[in-house]
Write a protein that binds this ligand. Sequence first.
Ligand SMILES: Cc1cc2nc3c(=O)[nH]c(=O)nc-3n(C[C@H](O)[C@H](O)[C@H](O)COP(=O)(O)OP(=O)(O)OC[C@H]3O[C@@H](n4cnc5c(N)ncnc54)[C@H](O)[C@@H]3O)c2cc1C
Length: 386
Amino acid sequence: MVVSDFDAIVIGAGIQGSYAAYHLSKTSKALLIDQFALPHSRGSSHGQSRIIRKAYSKACYAHMMTECYQQWKQLEAEGNIELFRETGLLVLGEEVDPTFQNMKKTLIDNKVPMATLTSADFSKSFPAVKLPKGVSAILDKTAGILQADRALKTVQDLFRRFGGTIRDGEKVVEIQPGYWVTVTTTLGIYRAKSLVITAGPWTNELLNLVGLQLPLKTRRIIVCYWKEKVPGTYGISKGFPCFIRINSGPTLHDFYGLPSNEYPGLVKVCHHDGNNADPDERDINFHLSSQDVNLLSDFLSKEFPGLDPRPAVIEYCMYTNTPDHDFILDHHPDHGNIIIGAGFSGHGFKFAPVVGKVLSELCFGNKPSYDLSPFKINRFWLKSSL
Ligand SMILES: Cc1cc2nc3c(=O)[nH]c(=O)nc-3n(C[C@H](O)[C@H](O)[C@H](O)COP(=O)(O)OP(=O)(O)OC[C@H]3O[C@@H](n4cnc5c(N)ncnc54)[C@H](O)[C@@H]3O)c2cc1C
């Protein structure tokens, strides 16, 4: 079989791998491989919408957001397409909650346009949301919605336009590390001086081929859409924002939602967690969803009484969680030219432009633009040896 040579190969054409490939293709000959024919809905990057926000409880993420916003804007310009819509984001939580406090602090520290709403302001502005006693609200005015499917396609189209090659419908089955890394798929053999692995929930399956396992949990997430009793009550055109409902109390259930827009009259509200699941068996054991649906129904009945508490549409997606919910952006510990981007823990989409950029910097051996110490693999080994 003929072996094709590239400067860099990226395995996994979700948003992270596609953005890494996009950056690589600006200066080098790059190949992007995916096991499925594109587009597909089996991983973590499909669907119409993702929230983008500057409200973050950890400074390392808040710090990256300025450039993320700039790069998403650049992508819109390069692709001549609209991908972002500003809606604002309500952060709802108890004033004493550490996550709530830290989000407020990073917004203030970074001088992000925001507002703290008194309960009187809140009831006046959002009469269709009933906040329990003790729950406060802040508004990140810069937040909004990224059109996920369109964004992914735009990144891949630009990658091709810059000269990149995509091989989809080819599963990687073997990786031979070395000065030249050799990648064997179900259809071909490719070589490159660097390899990026961005395989989402299949990361450990891929890393098994290069003698590494990371503490990743793959979680099946149900994505629910709920019908407005009066159409438009929580509508984007009426100025209803995205929201995050933090609940670090004894029940520990965080919820988030987006205004009705993508499916008319339906509001997307999800539980920020799910059940452990193998990505290849995501749609088996449907009954496991019912617990999450019940949690969401209870929450909505109490706090969003303008929604029918029975889901109108249910879709599925995968999270790949690390123990601390922070990303992994690092070299393979034994093979410096194999770079890993993984563990995006259900909040990685908005960061893809910067994640792709730092993965491409690691590939070229350049100094990364950001301090990557929170994202290093050795944080797990260091903790487990304590
Ligand atoms: C329901 C839901 C809501 C979310 N909401 C938000 C949000 O509001 N804001 C936000 O910022 N983030 C959000 N996220 C998180 C975000 O979508 C993910 O962090 C991001 O999509 C992860 O992308 P990825 O490229 O790492 O993984 P994936 O999209 O899963 O891509 C991995 C790719 O690797 C390929 N692959 C795997 N193995 C092989 C192989 N052997 N050979 C070839 N190809 C292979 C797969 O086919 C797949 O295409 C959400 C996620 C979900 C599921």
